[in-house]
Design a protein around this ligand. Structure first.
Ligand code: 23J
Ligand code: MN
Length: 258
Protein backbone atom coordinates (compact mmCIF):
# COMPACT_ATOMS: atom_id res chain seq x y z
CA UNK A 1 0.00 0.00 0.00
CA UNK A 2 1.18 3.51 -0.76
CA UNK A 3 1.13 6.25 1.88
CA UNK A 4 -1.89 7.80 0.11
CA UNK A 5 -3.73 4.43 0.00
CA UNK A 6 -3.14 4.16 3.72
CA UNK A 7 -4.45 7.70 4.22
CA UNK A 8 -7.62 7.29 2.15
CA UNK A 9 -8.43 3.99 3.87
CA UNK A 10 -7.88 5.57 7.28
CA UNK A 11 -10.17 8.46 6.29
CA UNK A 12 -12.88 6.06 5.03
CA UNK A 13 -12.55 3.90 8.15
CA UNK A 14 -12.65 6.81 10.57
CA UNK A 15 -9.20 6.30 12.01
CA UNK A 16 -8.20 9.66 10.55
CA UNK A 17 -10.81 12.34 11.15
CA UNK A 18 -11.33 15.71 9.51
CA UNK A 19 -11.69 18.62 11.96
CA UNK A 20 -13.07 21.90 10.58
CA UNK A 21 -11.21 24.92 12.01
CA UNK A 22 -13.39 27.42 10.08
CA UNK A 23 -16.05 29.91 11.18
CA UNK A 24 -19.11 30.23 8.91
CA UNK A 25 -18.99 33.26 6.57
CA UNK A 26 -21.85 35.43 7.76
CA UNK A 27 -22.50 39.22 7.63
CA UNK A 28 -22.63 39.26 11.42
CA UNK A 29 -19.16 37.78 11.94
CA UNK A 30 -16.91 40.58 13.32
CA UNK A 31 -14.07 42.02 11.22
CA UNK A 32 -11.02 43.90 12.47
CA UNK A 33 -11.67 47.59 13.27
CA UNK A 34 -8.68 49.90 12.72
CA UNK A 35 -8.33 53.50 13.99
CA UNK A 36 -10.75 55.77 12.09
CA UNK A 37 -8.05 57.46 9.96
CA UNK A 38 -7.32 54.14 8.19
CA UNK A 39 -9.19 52.19 5.52
CA UNK A 40 -11.51 49.52 6.93
CA UNK A 41 -12.13 45.82 6.37
CA UNK A 42 -15.46 44.88 4.69
CA UNK A 43 -17.76 42.32 6.24
CA UNK A 44 -19.07 39.34 4.28
CA UNK A 45 -22.01 40.20 2.00
CA UNK A 46 -24.28 37.91 -0.01
CA UNK A 47 -26.83 39.06 -2.62
CA UNK A 48 -29.30 36.66 -4.18
CA UNK A 49 -29.07 36.54 -8.00
CA UNK A 50 -31.90 34.06 -8.49
CA UNK A 51 -33.73 31.45 -6.44
CA UNK A 52 -35.57 29.10 -8.87
CA UNK A 53 -37.66 32.07 -9.99
CA UNK A 54 -38.08 34.46 -12.96
CA UNK A 55 -34.41 35.46 -12.57
CA UNK A 56 -33.38 31.85 -13.13
CA UNK A 57 -36.11 29.21 -13.05
CA UNK A 58 -33.99 26.13 -12.35
CA UNK A 59 -31.13 27.58 -10.33
CA UNK A 60 -30.24 29.48 -7.17
CA UNK A 61 -27.03 31.47 -6.72
CA UNK A 62 -25.54 34.45 -4.93
CA UNK A 63 -23.01 37.17 -5.60
CA UNK A 64 -20.69 37.54 -2.63
CA UNK A 65 -18.20 40.20 -1.56
CA UNK A 66 -15.85 40.67 1.37
CA UNK A 67 -12.32 41.74 2.28
CA UNK A 68 -9.38 39.46 1.71
CA UNK A 69 -9.16 39.58 5.54
CA UNK A 70 -12.79 38.71 6.44
CA UNK A 71 -13.68 35.70 8.59
CA UNK A 72 -11.37 32.71 8.90
CA UNK A 73 -8.58 33.82 6.58
CA UNK A 74 -4.99 33.45 5.38
CA UNK A 75 -2.35 36.24 5.44
CA UNK A 76 0.25 36.28 2.65
CA UNK A 77 3.70 37.91 3.05
CA UNK A 78 2.80 40.93 0.87
CA UNK A 79 0.01 41.82 3.34
CA UNK A 80 2.66 43.65 5.41
CA UNK A 81 5.18 46.30 4.29
CA UNK A 82 8.00 44.14 5.64
CA UNK A 83 7.03 41.40 3.16
CA UNK A 84 6.29 43.60 0.14
CA UNK A 85 9.38 42.34 -1.75
CA UNK A 86 9.15 38.67 -0.67
CA UNK A 87 9.39 36.49 -3.80
CA UNK A 88 6.11 34.69 -4.57
CA UNK A 89 4.55 36.48 -1.60
CA UNK A 90 0.98 36.85 -2.96
CA UNK A 91 -1.77 34.25 -2.65
CA UNK A 92 -1.54 33.26 -6.34
CA UNK A 93 2.24 32.78 -6.23
CA UNK A 94 2.91 30.96 -2.94
CA UNK A 95 4.26 27.42 -3.37
CA UNK A 96 1.18 25.26 -2.63
CA UNK A 97 3.32 22.88 -0.56
CA UNK A 98 2.99 25.55 2.18
CA UNK A 99 -0.75 24.84 2.41
CA UNK A 100 -0.38 21.39 3.95
CA UNK A 101 1.90 20.42 6.81
CA UNK A 102 2.38 19.31 10.40
CA UNK A 103 0.66 21.43 13.04
CA UNK A 104 1.70 22.17 16.63
CA UNK A 105 -0.97 23.54 18.98
CA UNK A 106 0.16 25.58 21.98
CA UNK A 107 -2.60 25.75 24.58
CA UNK A 108 -2.78 29.28 26.00
CA UNK A 109 -6.45 28.97 27.03
CA UNK A 110 -5.82 29.20 30.79
CA UNK A 111 -3.65 32.31 30.43
CA UNK A 112 -6.06 33.98 27.98
CA UNK A 113 -9.02 33.33 30.29
CA UNK A 114 -7.20 35.13 33.12
CA UNK A 115 -5.79 38.01 31.02
CA UNK A 116 -7.44 39.32 27.84
CA UNK A 117 -4.09 40.93 26.86
CA UNK A 118 -2.26 37.65 27.38
CA UNK A 119 0.93 37.25 25.32
CA UNK A 120 2.63 33.99 24.42
CA UNK A 121 6.24 33.95 25.71
CA UNK A 122 9.32 31.97 24.61
CA UNK A 123 9.36 30.08 27.94
CA UNK A 124 5.97 28.53 27.06
CA UNK A 125 7.26 27.45 23.66
CA UNK A 126 10.21 25.81 25.43
CA UNK A 127 7.90 24.13 27.95
CA UNK A 128 5.71 22.89 25.09
CA UNK A 129 8.79 21.39 23.40
CA UNK A 130 9.94 19.76 26.65
CA UNK A 131 6.56 17.98 26.78
CA UNK A 132 5.93 17.26 23.08
CA UNK A 133 9.29 17.43 21.29
CA UNK A 134 10.84 20.12 19.11
CA UNK A 135 8.65 22.20 16.79
CA UNK A 136 9.76 20.88 13.38
CA UNK A 137 10.92 23.14 10.57
CA UNK A 138 8.02 23.64 8.15
CA UNK A 139 5.38 23.32 10.88
CA UNK A 140 2.31 25.45 11.31
CA UNK A 141 1.99 26.66 14.91
CA UNK A 142 -1.45 27.51 16.26
CA UNK A 143 -2.11 29.47 19.46
CA UNK A 144 -5.15 28.05 21.24
CA UNK A 145 -6.94 30.61 23.44
CA UNK A 146 -10.61 29.49 23.22
CA UNK A 147 -11.24 33.07 22.00
CA UNK A 148 -13.42 31.56 19.24
CA UNK A 149 -16.11 30.90 21.87
CA UNK A 150 -16.65 34.65 22.24
CA UNK A 151 -19.49 36.26 20.29
CA UNK A 152 -20.43 39.78 19.16
CA UNK A 153 -18.62 42.69 20.84
CA UNK A 154 -16.76 40.33 23.17
CA UNK A 155 -14.83 38.94 20.21
CA UNK A 156 -13.04 42.16 19.18
CA UNK A 157 -13.22 43.36 22.80
CA UNK A 158 -12.84 47.00 21.69
CA UNK A 159 -12.46 49.73 24.29
CA UNK A 160 -11.53 53.42 24.12
CA UNK A 161 -7.84 52.45 23.98
CA UNK A 162 -8.30 49.83 21.25
CA UNK A 163 -8.82 46.07 21.10
CA UNK A 164 -7.91 43.71 23.92
CA UNK A 165 -7.18 40.17 22.78
CA UNK A 166 -4.27 37.74 23.18
CA UNK A 167 -1.38 37.19 20.78
CA UNK A 168 2.32 36.40 20.57
CA UNK A 169 5.05 38.53 22.15
CA UNK A 170 7.85 39.74 19.85
CA UNK A 171 10.26 37.26 21.46
CA UNK A 172 7.80 34.40 20.92
CA UNK A 173 7.59 35.27 17.21
CA UNK A 174 11.43 35.31 17.09
CA UNK A 175 11.53 31.89 18.78
CA UNK A 176 9.06 30.45 16.23
CA UNK A 177 11.08 31.89 13.34
CA UNK A 178 14.24 30.32 14.85
CA UNK A 179 12.49 26.94 14.56
CA UNK A 180 11.82 27.51 10.87
CA UNK A 181 8.00 27.42 11.08
CA UNK A 182 6.05 28.08 7.90
CA UNK A 183 3.13 29.89 9.51
CA UNK A 184 1.34 30.94 12.69
CA UNK A 185 -2.38 30.99 13.42
CA UNK A 186 -4.74 32.24 16.12
CA UNK A 187 -8.41 32.23 17.13
CA UNK A 188 -8.50 36.06 17.31
CA UNK A 189 -9.29 38.56 14.54
CA UNK A 190 -5.58 39.04 13.82
CA UNK A 191 -2.35 37.10 14.31
CA UNK A 192 -1.27 39.95 16.59
CA UNK A 193 -2.60 40.79 20.04
CA UNK A 194 -5.23 43.55 20.25
CA UNK A 195 -2.70 45.95 21.82
CA UNK A 196 0.16 44.97 19.44
CA UNK A 197 0.38 48.46 17.90
CA UNK A 198 2.22 49.36 21.15
CA UNK A 199 4.67 46.43 21.01
CA UNK A 200 8.31 46.74 19.86
CA UNK A 201 8.23 46.20 16.93
CA UNK A 202 4.57 47.15 16.39
CA UNK A 203 2.46 44.19 15.17
CA UNK A 204 5.34 41.72 15.68
CA UNK A 205 3.52 38.73 14.18
CA UNK A 206 2.65 40.58 10.98
CA UNK A 207 5.96 42.46 10.74
CA UNK A 208 8.33 39.59 11.55
CA UNK A 209 6.48 36.61 10.06
CA UNK A 210 5.66 38.28 6.75
CA UNK A 211 9.11 39.92 6.54
CA UNK A 212 10.53 36.40 6.78
CA UNK A 213 8.16 35.11 4.04
CA UNK A 214 5.90 33.23 6.50
CA UNK A 215 2.11 33.00 6.53
CA UNK A 216 -0.70 33.77 8.98
CA UNK A 217 -4.11 32.33 9.81
CA UNK A 218 -6.73 34.02 11.96
CA UNK A 219 -10.30 33.60 13.19
CA UNK A 220 -9.69 29.85 13.65
CA UNK A 221 -11.96 27.68 15.82
CA UNK A 222 -12.03 24.12 17.20
CA UNK A 223 -8.37 24.24 18.22
CA UNK A 224 -9.48 22.47 21.41
CA UNK A 225 -10.24 19.43 19.20
CA UNK A 226 -6.62 19.09 18.06
CA UNK A 227 -3.78 17.20 19.74
CA UNK A 228 -0.68 19.25 20.66
CA UNK A 229 1.23 17.48 17.90
CA UNK A 230 0.61 14.87 15.18
CA UNK A 231 -2.22 16.50 13.19
CA UNK A 232 -1.90 17.74 9.60
CA UNK A 233 -3.16 21.21 8.60
CA UNK A 234 -4.72 21.93 5.19
CA UNK A 235 -5.14 25.65 4.41
CA UNK A 236 -5.09 26.64 0.71
CA UNK A 237 -6.19 30.27 0.18
CA UNK A 238 -8.03 31.43 -2.95
CA UNK A 239 -5.69 32.03 -5.88
CA UNK A 240 -6.22 35.80 -6.09
CA UNK A 241 -3.79 37.54 -8.45
CA UNK A 242 -1.67 39.81 -6.26
CA UNK A 243 -3.80 38.79 -3.27
CA UNK A 244 -2.65 39.76 0.23
CA UNK A 245 -4.77 37.04 1.83
CA UNK A 246 -8.05 35.25 1.48
CA UNK A 247 -10.94 33.69 3.35
CA UNK A 248 -10.56 29.92 3.22
CA UNK A 249 -11.69 26.62 4.68
CA UNK A 250 -9.08 25.39 7.19
CA UNK A 251 -9.08 21.66 7.94
CA UNK A 252 -6.99 19.40 10.16
CA UNK A 253 -6.47 15.66 9.77
CA UNK A 254 -6.38 14.04 13.21
CA UNK A 255 -5.40 10.41 13.77
CA UNK A 256 -7.08 8.37 16.47
CA UNK A 257 -4.22 6.73 18.33
CA UNK A 258 -5.38 3.34 19.60
C1 23J B 1 -4.57 45.42 8.57
C2 23J B 1 -3.95 46.22 9.51
C3 23J B 1 -3.66 45.73 10.75
C4 23J B 1 -3.98 44.43 11.06
C5 23J B 1 -4.61 43.58 10.13
C6 23J B 1 -4.92 44.10 8.90
C7 23J B 1 -4.95 42.16 10.44
O1 23J B 1 -4.93 41.73 11.55
C8 23J B 1 -5.21 41.18 9.37
O2 23J B 1 -6.33 40.76 9.12
O3 23J B 1 -4.23 40.74 8.77
S1 23J B 1 -3.58 43.80 12.64
MN1 MN C 1 -5.37 39.10 7.91
Amino acid sequence: MTVLDTLTKALAGGRVQVVDLTHTLDPDFPVIVLPAEFGQCARFRMDEVSAYDHRGPAWKWHNISMSEHTGTHFDAPIHWVTGRDVANGSTDAIDPAAFIGPVCVIDCSVGAAADEDYTLQPAEIEAWEAAHGPIPAGAWVLMRTDWSRRQGAEYLNLRADGAHSPGPSPNAVRALLDRGIIGFGTECVGTDAGQAAHFDPPYPAHAMLHGAGKYGLQCLKNLDKLPPTGAVLICPPLKIRGGTGSPLRVLALVEEIA
